[in-house]
Design a protein around this ligand. Structure first.
Ligand SMILES: C[S@@+](CC[C@H](N)C(=O)[O-])C[C@H]1O[C@@H](n2cnc3c(N)ncnc32)[C@H](O)[C@@H]1O
Length: 471
């Protein structure tokens, strides 16, 4: 049906049938040769849409009316669904989400990686599709997003401070969250207690436009052992007594909080990396149990946010690695060394490389904690480390690579090809760049099998593991 459009009015299309779900999770329609990605739309649904953003080859649209809904569509379980930027696939049952993710990975491997005959093992889904995260970062705002009812009833007298997550697509708008289903308790309880305590006492909350306000964010980390770490980010150092009083309240209300830390960030940028973490109460770390390993996690440490599924991912890597104690393994992009430490008991030795110095400090510390001696960790860029590996790193029989979303740097691909390591296990959080790298490696390496692993239920994100062998 042709678009109806008055001059300057947003473009709309009526009665469109969704023909596909693309890998970022949008429904696809193709009216009059255009390609539109539609939010919250499933294949076979019939919808009216309004275009909200145009790109060179496609446009984004939102549904203004559903004429027909897909039979598999379910009611989202979270009251914040739709406005909150997270968990956007709640309208699909988890089993269906896994099917779509499995298909996306296969399509990407074929289309981008040229992998026509790659055997796939079934996607490894999560046992728990709720409360699976071990870390959440809540934002404070002095001008929280108001619901339509609140606006209709008049804004006067309404408390505008709130703590929660950004509204979809809005860096400057935060939704006050009541119950979030991502992290186990006491995450919601801590956030609510901090909000109530600080609002009652008139503490000021951050404003992203004026960059004024004292409370900026609250990071809650829950360990598998039940211990909890809290880190509060303040906009300035002005109120040490209020700060200590807040920590007293957290400490006395939540006995499971074993570590309290804080950061002063007076810059306009939200990134925490450049700022010092001050240790305030209890320990400066929490302990994560990852199968046979104990991992000490500091406020700055990167650790897989779905700890239970990380164990299953590492078990898969160990299973495919099939080590008998005689091989040397190189773990490239090793983070805090969790894969290296996980494999060490079955390897002759493991060399881990990672660019974040603190992560390497954690890796060394965790090797000691677990009495693992056959590991060597180096801080640095993988591309430099591979050009000049230390003699103690040995001669690898297996490479494990787990790069960030951008995938392998071309010079890393070249070094791997030159080194002719017999086998590679490539773990990726972005199958598109992984597929590109498989293509680049394909002259020397044959991909043997692929297994998608879901770490983030209710989102379109998917991890993919591929085993390669030297031709
Ligand atoms: C996906 S994480 C992998 C972490 C680890 N394998 C794990 O399971 O916890 C990617 C890691 O690569 C690191 N990194 C990013 N670019 C790098 C580079 N050029 N050289 C070395 N490490 C890098 C990041 O700091 C991050 O720790």
């Amino acid at each position: 049906m042709s678009p109806r459009r008055k001059r300057n009015a947003p473009q709309t299309y009526q009665q469109q049938t969704i023909v596909d779900l693309e890998h970022q999770g949008h429904g696809v329609i193709k009216p009059e040769g255009e390609v539109l990605f539609v939010e919250d739309a499933l294949p076979a649904e019939v919808v009216d849409v309004q275009v909200i953003r145009r790109k060179r080859k496609h446009a984004y649209a939102v549904v203004t009316h559903y004429h027909q809904r897909a039979p598999e569509r379910v009611e989202p379980f979270c009251s914040h669904f739709g406005l909150c930027g997270g968990c956007r696939w709640q309208f699909l049952p988890y089993a269906q989400q896994l099917k779509h993710k499995e298909r996306f990975v296969a399509e990407i491997m074929r289309r981008i990686g040229g992998q026509r005959d790659l055997p796939f093992e079934p996607i490894l889904g999560c046992e728990d599709d709720r409360f699976y995260r071990n870390k959440l970062d809540y934002s404070f705002t002095d001008s929280r997003w108001l619901t339509r009812e609140e606006i209709e009833h008049g804004e006067e007298g309404i408390e505008r401070r709130g703590v929660g997550f950004h509204v979809r697509g809005r860096f400057d708008r935060v939704l006050d969250i009541d119950t979030c289903y991502l992290q186990p308790e006491p995450s919601n309880e801590i956030r609510r207690a901090v909000r109530d305590y600080t609002i009652e006492r008139g503490y000021s909350y951050y404003n992203p436009h004026s960059h004024e306000g004292w409370l900026r964010s609250l990071v809650v980390r829950t360990g598998t052992s039940g211990s909890v770490m809290v880190t509060v980010v303040f906009g300035n150092e002005d109120e040490p007594q209020q700060r200590e009083a807040l920590f007293d309240m957290i400490e006395s209300t939540f006995p499971s909080v074993v570590s309290i830390n804080y950061v002063i960030n007076s810059t306009v940028n939200d990134a925490l990396a450049p700022h010092q973490v001050h240790h305030a109460r209890g320990q400066d770390h929490i302990i994560e149990q990852c199968d046979h390993l104990q991992l000490r996690i500091h406020p700055r440490s990167f650790y897989q946010t779905n700890a239970r599924q990380a164990e299953r991912l590492y078990r898969l890597v160990a299973d495919w690695a099939d080590l008998d104690g005689s091989q040397v393994v190189w773990d490239l992009y090793c983070g805090i060394g969790s894969i290296a430490l996980y494999l060490a008991s079955r390897a002759r030795g493991v060399w881990g490389v990672e660019s974040v110095v603190e992560a390497i400090d954690n890796a060394v510390e965790n090797a000691k904690l677990n009495e693992i001696e056959n590991v060597l960790f180096s801080a640095g860029d993988v591309k430099d480390a591979l050009r000049n590996p230390p003699a103690e790193a040995g001669n690898p029989g297996l490479l494990v690579v787990d790069p960030p979303r951008a995938g392998l740097h071309p010079s890393v691909v070249q070094s791997i090809v030159n080194a002719s390591v017999p086998r590679i296990i490539y773990v990726s959080c972005n199958p598109a760049t992984q597929a590109r790298d498989l293509q680049l490696l394909s002259e020397r390496y044959q991909a043997l099998r692929c297994r998608p692993v879901d770490m983030f239920p209710h989102t379109h994100h998917i991890e993919s593991v591929v085993e390669l062998k030297l031709r």
